[in-house]
Design a protein around this ligand. Structure first.
Ligand SMILES: Nc1nc(=O)c2c([nH]1)NC[C@@H]1CN(c3ccc(C(=O)N[C@@H](CCC(=O)O)C(=O)O)cc3)C=[N+]21
Length: 289
């Protein structure tokens, strides 16, 4: 058997096209473009690449991009003052502070300072609480992108056995919440899980978000399972995921790296920014996205 390739890049292109239609509706009704502010502290080359591609995608969707690049030695106070300004700026619907921040900065204090209703990353504790309790709010982009792909593959996820590998606040925990919301039976595995291969082998759905190249093996995979690879590992062999590509011999469907979850993350960020702009301007969009 060879798994179906889940083309996240193509799905993301469709999502970005729907976001562009929604952005045009906001512009027509509110007289301004949806705006996304991205803050990058320091010179990490990988982060600079992401920030540039976010900026390009934002403009291509008909939205305004506000980029703030600060030096690596920026103080906590300076960064907090910038967040306060962006919170107060009516042209800014979404604020993203690129993580990780340099070590001398208090990441949690910065995230908590962002207005939860502009927190398009969904990292603020208020949005984590909203997700956990089923209230409307922003959902982190990577797990929401994974859920969109899973719904596209399966239609209804009810009753499926899902295993999330990784328990981070950014991917693992919100992914588990979303899968519970879609009535999966959810297991969250992590570095202390006993007999991970046996846990994964039960799963109809596997979401791997650990950051270990090729960790999930073909003999861990239930025949026909859907595998979602969140891993972005830079190796000598190039960019590789957390799932061994040989799992395609056993799985039913699988995301590639690159071209799977990564492009979805950026498309969902634009989607969340559009939703924020529509809500802030009282515009009802003509389609759910
Ligand atoms: N506040 C914050 N929010 C984030 O969402 C956030 C962040 N900080 N810090 C860094 C990570 C990483 N991230 C990615 C986005 C797109 C791709 C992506 O498009 N990847 C391409 C490949 C790109 C390449 O070749 O390097 C792909 O998988 O096909 C990857 C990773 C968002 N992040």
């Amino acid at each position: 058997m060879t798994a179906r390739n889940i083309d996240g890049k193509a799905f993301a292109a469709g999502l970005r096209a729907r976001v562009a239609e929604g952005a045009a509706e906001v512009i027509a009704k509110a007289g301004r473009k949806p705006g996304l502010a991205v803050v990058l502290v320091g010179e990490d080359p990988a982060s600079a690449v992401y920030v540039r591609s976010k900026g390009k995608a934002t403009i291509a969707a008909g939205m305004e991009s506000f980029e703030h690049r600060l030096p690596a030695d920026t103080s906590q106070e300076t960064l907090e003052t910038l967040v306060d300004q962006l919170n107060a700026d009516p042209a800014v619907d979404g604020i993203l502070v690129q993580l990780p921040l340099p070590r001398h900065l208090d990441e949690s204090a910065i995230i908590t300072r962002i207005d939860p209703d502009k927190d398009v990353d969904g990292f603020h504790p208020v949005n984590a609480g909203r997700l956990a309790t089923g209230l409307p709010g922003f959902v982190p982009c990577t797990p929401l992108g994974c859920l969109m792909l899973l719904r596209d593959v399966h239609g209804d996820l009810t009753g499926l056995d899902a295993v999330v590998i990784g328990r981070s606040n950014i991917v693992g925990k919100p992914m588990a919440q979303l899968l519970i919301g879609d009535s999966c039976t959810v297991t969250v595995a992590h570095s202390r899980t006993l007999d991970l291969p046996a846990v994964v082998k039960r799963a109809d759905i596997v979401v791997a978000a650990v950051g270990r190249a090729g960790m999930v093996k073909p003999d861990w995979t239930k025949p026909g399972a859907t595998l979602i690879d969140v891993g972005i590992n830079r190796t000598e062999a190039g960019l590789v995921g957390d799932i061994d590509p040989a799992c395609a011999e056993v799985a039913g469907a699988m995301t590639p790296v690159p071209g799977g979850v990564g492009p979805m993350t950026i498309a969902v960020l634009l989607r969340n920014t559009l939703v924020s702009a529509a809500r802030r301007e009282g515009v009802t969009l003509s389609q759910d996205i």
